[in-house]
Write a protein that binds this ligand. Sequence first.
Ligand SMILES: Cc1cc2nc3c(=O)[nH]c(=O)nc-3n(C[C@H](O)[C@H](O)[C@H](O)COP(=O)(O)OP(=O)(O)OC[C@H]3O[C@@H](n4cnc5c(N)ncnc54)[C@H](O)[C@@H]3O)c2cc1C
Length: 378
Amino acid sequence: MNFSYWERETLVGNVDIVVVGSGLVGLFTALFLKQKNPAIRVVVAERGPFPHGASSRNAGFACFGSVSELLDDFRSRPRKEVLQLVERRYAGLQKLRATLGDAKIGFESCGGTELFEATESDMKEACMEELPQLNNDLQDMLGIRPFREDQAFAKFSGGRFTHAIHNNAEGAVHTGKMVRALLDQCRDAGIELWNGIEIEAIEHLPNGASLKTSMGNIQCQQVAVCTNGFARSLLPHLNVTPARNQVIVTSSIPHMPLHGTYHVKEGYIYFRNVGDRLLLGGFRHLYRKEEETTDMGLLPEVQQTLEDYARNQLLPGVPFEIDYRWAGIMGVGPTKSYICEAVHSHVFCGVRMGGMGVALSPIIAEELSELMMQHRNS
Ligand SMILES: Cc1cc2nc3c(=O)[nH]c(=O)nc-3n(C[C@H](O)[C@H](O)[C@H](O)COP(=O)(O)OP(=O)(O)OC[C@H]3O[C@@H](n4cnc5c(N)ncnc54)[C@H](O)[C@@H]3O)c2cc1C
C-alpha cells in the first residue's frame, strides 16, 4: 500500500517529530516536546488501537522501591546510583500527579506494603537492619522517611505473612484513567495520535529519518523510539529484554479484607484491591525463560499459579471468580537503569522502564524531550 497524493500533501508530509509508541513514555515525551516548542508538529505513531504494551495493562502501583529490592540492587550497583534512581522515580510520581491531576488518574494515597513470609526471616532481618539508614538517606535526598515496620497488616491470608514494611509515600493509580487522561492532554496540546500504524524500520537520512510502515514511508526530522519491551525490533543493538507479566482480577468480594498495594518476594508477586476486587500479578521469576517474550498470550502455568495463590494463600475460604486475565510486556536489562540516549543524530530512544515505569516515565520523557530539543537547536 502507498499513501495517496492527498494524504502525502496534507496528512503525512511535513512532520517534524515522530514518537514511536503511545505508552506512558511516548505520550509524555510528545507532550513535553510540544510544551517546549508549540510550533513543531509532533505525531505519535502507535501500532495498536490504543497504547498496547505495558502502560494500559499494568497493576497501577505508584511505587518507587521496596526495601528488599533496594537491598538486592545495592549488592550489584553502587549505593549512590541505586538511590539516584529512587530519587528519579519519586520525582516522577510527583510529576505524574502534578501533570495529570490526582482525580484524573484515580490516585489513592494508600501507601505500599512489603510482606514477608515466615520462611523469609533472614531477608526480613536484613531489611529491618537496613531500614534506618535507608530512611536517613531518603530524608537527606527527598525530605521523607517513608519506611516503617508495620504491625497492622495481617487481616488476610490466614497468617501466611509474619512481617511487613510499610512505605507511606507510595500509592495506587487507576491505570486506565491515567492513560486516558494523558491521551486527552496530548490531544488538547495539538499532538497527532496515529493508531494502527506499525513502524517497521528506520532509515537514516542526512537531515532526518525515513520510517518504513506497512502503508508507505514517512519522513521526519527526528524520531523518538519509545517502544520499551519491543525496542529491539527497531533498534536491535539495544540491551533490552522483553519480560511478560501476567495479571488476574477477581469478581467482587463482599467485605474485601485487603486494601492498598502489597508486594512479596522483591516485587515478583504483587497484589492490591481494585474497589472490592483483588488484582494479583507476577510470578515471572518462576518462569523466566517462558516469560522472556513479546507475545501477549497467557501461559497456563502462570495463570494457574496466580489463581492458586489467590485462592489458597491470600483469601483462603473466600468464594470468587476470576473475571479478568491479561498479560503485558515490560522492558528489562542487566541493571534497573533505563536507556535514554541519541542513537543517531536524528534518532533517539527512551526505553527499558523495568517494573516501575509508572513513576519513571515522566522523568525519562522530560530527559528525552530535552535531549531532542538540544540536538534540534545545535
Ligand atoms: C502486568 C504489568 C504490571 C505492571 N505493574 C506496574 C506497576 O504496578 N507500577 C509500575 O510502575 N509499573 C508497572 N509495570 C511496568 C510499567 O507498566 C511499564 O514500565 C511502563 O508502562 C512502560 O511504558 P512505556 O511507554 O515505556 O512502554 P509501553 O507501555 O509498552 O508502550 C510501548 C508502545 O509501543 C507500541 N509499539 C511497539 N512497537 C511498535 C512499533 N514498531 N510501531 C508502533 N508502535 C509500537 C506498543 O503497542 C506500546 O503501546 C507493569 C508492567 C506490566 C506488564
